[in-house]
Design a protein around this ligand. Structure first.
Ligand code: ADP
Ligand code: MG
Length: 250
């Protein structure tokens, strides 16, 4: 479903990604671990084409992201085609990024109505189902500021799901939350994992990684240093740097 090959990304002289390879099969959950500054967010942003990579390529469900290939060359897609591609990729941010002036239900139907041109009534019904799924059926008409951080993040997940994405990307979805609110968000993500949602999740929650991940990826210095089933990477890491990282976060 997601194929990342030889991706390099620099900001000026700073090399942030130095040849990242990653493959995620449909229905699988990949958890990305790694120290701060190792390039995890840049990788997710590249998959969503919020960043243009300097070398390598990324495809989702067989479709190149941001480019089309013709005669062995890559040509950049137009903005409207990139926006269309982005509707297949859900993104959940650390800081929720809900629209503060819209109600919960308006936040969720915004993209389905304005981007996918879904009829409003249909979008509202789908949004209500999604709200029930994240345990917030009674908050449809609330504004984000009236919700706890955990509730806001659950709305953000419902909003991402409203586009029926092929893959959901999470960038440290619980890092901005008070500790007592982390569990309710992780429970929603666990439920998505059980129902076969393809996800790439950057997190420092090791217990959660062990429970939901099909594959754990450890990034360091802009490369994937090691990857494999949770037991292998978390209990028998092959690299000293993975061991050092795990001993700090566990
Ligand atoms: P992580 O998410 O693993 O903490 P990031 O992908 O956010 O790492 O960042 C990796 C490196 O890239 C960091 O050193 C960061 O300072 C740098 N970086 C990220 N975004 C930018 C940017 N827009 N301009 C310059 N440097 C950046
Ligand atoms: Mg980050």
């Amino acid at each position: 479903m997601v194929d990342v090959r030889g991706v390099h990304k620099s900001y000026g002289p700073t090399q942030v990604l130095r040849g990242v390879d990653l493959r995620v099969r449909a229905g699988e959950v990949t958890v990305v671990l790694g120290p701060s500054g190792s390039g995890k967010s840049t990788l997710l942003r590249s998959i969503n084409h919020l960043e243009k990579v300097n070398r390598g390529w990324i495809s989702i469900d067989g479709e190149l992201i941001g480019y089309r290939r013709s005669g062995g060359k890559l040509y950049e897609l137009k903005e409207k085609d990139i926006l269309r591609q982005r509707t297949h990729i859900g993104f959940v941010f650390q800081n929720f990024n809900l629209f503060p002036h819209l109600t919960v239900i308006e936040n969720i139907i915004e993209a389905p109505v304005s981007v996918l041109r879904r009829p409003r009534r249909e979008a509202v019904r789908a949004a209500e189902r999604l709200l029930a799924r994240v345990g917030l059926a009674d908050k449809a008409d609330a504004h984000p500021r009236q919700l706890s951080g955990g509730q806001q993040q659950r709305v953000a997940i419902a909003r991402a799901l409203a586009l029926e994405p092929k893959v959901l990307l999470f960038d440290e979805p619980t890092s901005a939350l008070d500790p007592e609110l982390v569990g309710e968000v992780l429970d929603v993500i666990k439920d998505l994992a059980r129902t076969g949602t393809t996800m790439i999740i950057v997190t420092h929650e090791i217990g959660f990684a062990r429970e939901v991940a099909d594959t754990v990826v450890f990034m360091d210095g802009g490369v994937v240093l090691e990857q494999g089933p949770p037991d292998a990477v978390l209990d028998q890491p092959r690299h000293e740097r993975t061991r050092a990282f795990l001993s700090k976060v566990l």
